[in-house]
Structures are given as structure tokens and as C-alpha cells.
Design a protein around this ligand. Structure first.
Ligand code: SF4
Length: 322
């Protein structure tokens, strides 16, 4: 009879073989540069791979080193980030670049991304997932990574509808090949994205099928949480000058779409304005319902010259074309 260790080693080996054969060719998988790997992890936190790739290419071309981002104005990064959403990621990434670029004597890292999980997790915008991903992929540290894909595969493999986080981490750790921890982690996430998909998992092509307890009824795992979106309602006021340009201002850092530009938003006196229409905008945990109003101003600015969120673009388009 095979020992548990031997079974885990065999599964880990099958997983890596599958990954070597089937992995997607993504540009950040062709580099060993910790900065560029970290950049990919930040972008992919809330952006799909196909779109994330475009943003990674654009941003890494402009900021090929951590120092090049540290010395630029945040507004330039926000312009490149436009459309990717969750702009706080860009602001924190910029803060991270500044901290990492500082001299060690001043609390920085002399321009080198730290390799240690404990140091990574203290940096702005880096949570346990990203710290583990960067430490393992860029520095070959044997730390298991758990994201939504790994959670789903673990739940099905163990036939546990809601495995405790510790059990999932331990299971992911049991599949980690100590000689290739970064690839093992990426293989498990890739398996969740390509084979053990939320719907219609492809168990016949799965390298873990031999040990999977949930394969007969895979789609019943994990337990689905009802995710009722919170609805927020507010007004947006687009003031347009005689040349057809809108009044825009830069938002404070600590408000919605902070650091980006946009028309006045929130609880606004619209008593003498024209109502233009309503927009419903979906974010991952919230639904924004915006009533759009229009008025006149003495001087607007070109919306193409400043960073603007997707929602603000929709608001401007509605007010300026209807
Ligand atoms: S055998 Fe099926 S359910 Fe089990 S891990 Fe593989 S794809 Fe997922």
C-alpha cells in the first residue's frame, strides 16, 4: 500500500507535468524579475487575465523598474490604469514603489523587492495571497498560495463544501514541490481556471482525478454563498461650457475613485438642473445607481487629458450626447 506522502508526491508530480504541458503562455511567466511578477499579481487581483495582460504590458513598458514608478507622478500611473477599476490598487502600488526604492537606512529596500513573506505582507496593497504568490513565484519560497480557484479545487478534492482556510492551505502545501514551489502554486491556480472550472469541470483531463473525492458531484462543491449586492444611490452633475467641455475636478484620495478626475458626485443641489437619465453601474460587491444631471459652467476641461473611471466616462457620455 502506498504511503500518504507517496500519494501526495505522485499528485504533485502529475500536477506539474500537466502545468508544463497545458499552461497558458502569459508574458509575466517569461520573466524572473520580481518587480514585473509583483506587478502582474497586483493587476490580476481584480482584473481578468485577458484584460490584465493588456494592462501589464502597458504599465511594465512604461515602468520597467520599481524605481521608474517611484519617481513618477501618481497621475501618470492612473492614466495607464484607466478602465482596470479598483484604482486604490494603483495608488497603493505607487506607495509600494516609493517605499521599496528608499534606502535601507530610511526604512526602504534599496530598490529591491523583498523576498521574505513577512516583509512583503507589510507593504501597501500586499495581502497574504499576493505575498505568498510573489515569495514563491519570484523567490522560490515554499509557501502555498490560496485564491478562489485553489479554494474551489480543494473543496472538491476533499469533498468538503466549506473547508476551513487552514485545511485548504495545508492541502495546497501538500502538493507543493519544494524544488519548484512557484510553478506548483501556479499549476494549482491554473487547474482551477482551466479544468476544475466553476461550471462543467473537465475531470477526465484532471491530473488530480485519482485522489479526488468530489469528482462524482463536483459542481455541488464548494457551498455557494449568496452575495447580495449593496445598492448605493447618488447624483452626478455634469456642467458643460460653451465649447462643450465638462467641468472636472480631481477627487480626494479617500473618496470613491479617489485620485481620479470626474464631475461633482454625491448629494448635490440639483434644483435648477436638467435631469438627463439614470445609470446602473455594477462593481463586485456594490451596485451604484446614479442619477445624471446637466447644467452650464464657464470653463470645462478636455476629459481625455486626465485619468477618469469607467463610471465617470459613462456619466459624461450620457450628459454630453443626449
Ligand atoms: S477531478 Fe474534477 S472535481 Fe476533482 S479536482 Fe479534478 S476537475 Fe476538480
Amino acid at each position: 500500500m502506498r504511503s500518504r506522502k507517496k500519494i501526495e508526491d505522485d499528485l504533485s508530480h502529475s500536477l506539474l507535468q500537466w502545468y508544463d504541458r497545458e499552461k497558458r503562455d502569459l508574458p509575466w511567466r517569461r520573466t524572473k524579475d520580481p518587480w514585473l511578477i509583483l506587478l502582474s499579481e497586483i493587476i490580476l487581483q481584480q482584473t481578468q487575465v485577458s484584460r490584465g495582460r493588456l494592462y501589464w504590458e502597458r504599465i511594465s513598458k512604461r515602468f520597467p523598474t520599481v524605481g521608474s514608478m517611484a519617481t513618477t507622478d501618481i497621475e501618470e500611473l492612473l492614466l495607464l490604469w484607466q478602465g482596470a477599476g479598483y484604482y486604490s490598487r494603483a495608488r497603493r502600488l505607487h506607495e509600494l514603489a516609493i517605499i521599496v526604492s528608499r534606502k535601507k537606512a530610511d526604512g526602504g529596500f534599496d530598490g529591491e523587492i523583498p523576498s521574505d513573506y513577512e516583509e512583503l505582507v507589510k507593504l501597501p496593497g500586499i495581502g497574504p495571497y499576493t505575498a505568498a504568490a510573489v515569495a514563491s513565484i519570484a523567490f522560490q519560497k515554499p509557501i502555498p498560495v490560496v485564491d478562489g480557484n485553489v479554494n474551489r479545487v480543494a473543496s472538491r478534492f476533499m469533498a468538503d463544501p466549506s473547508p476551513p482556510p487552514k485545511a485548504t492551505r495545508s492541502w495546497a502545501g501538500s502538493l507543493l514541490d519544494p524544488s519548484r514551489p512557484g510553478d506548483s502554486n501556479q499549476a494549482l491556480m491554473e487547474l482551477g481556471a482551466l479544468v476544475c472550472r466553476p461550471r462543467n469541470p473537465q475531470c477526465v483531463h484532471c491530473p488530480l482525478v485519482a485522489g479526488c473525492l468530489g469528482r462524482e458531484d463536483a459542481e455541488s462543491f464548494p457551498l455557494r454563498k449568496k452575495n447580495k449586492k449593496k445598492v448605493e444611490k447618488f447624483d452626478a452633475l455634469v456642467l458643460i461650457d460653451e465649447n462643450g467641455l465638462p467641468f472636472l475636478s480631481k477627487r480626494q484620495k479617500n473618496v470613491r475613485f479617489g485620485g481620479l478626475w470626474g464631475p461633482p458626485m454625491g448629494d448635490i443641489d440639483t434644483s435648477s438642473m436638467d435631469k438627463v437619465g439614470e445609470i446602473s453601474h455594477h462593481l463586485s460587491h456594490r451596485e451604484l445607481q446614479v442619477t445624471v444631471w446637466r447644467g452650464a459652467c464657464s470653463k470645462g476641461i478636455d476629459p481625455e487629458s486626465v485619468p477618469i473611471s469607467n463610471l465617470d466616462r459613462r456619466i459624461l457620455e450620457m450628459a454630453m450626447t443626449s
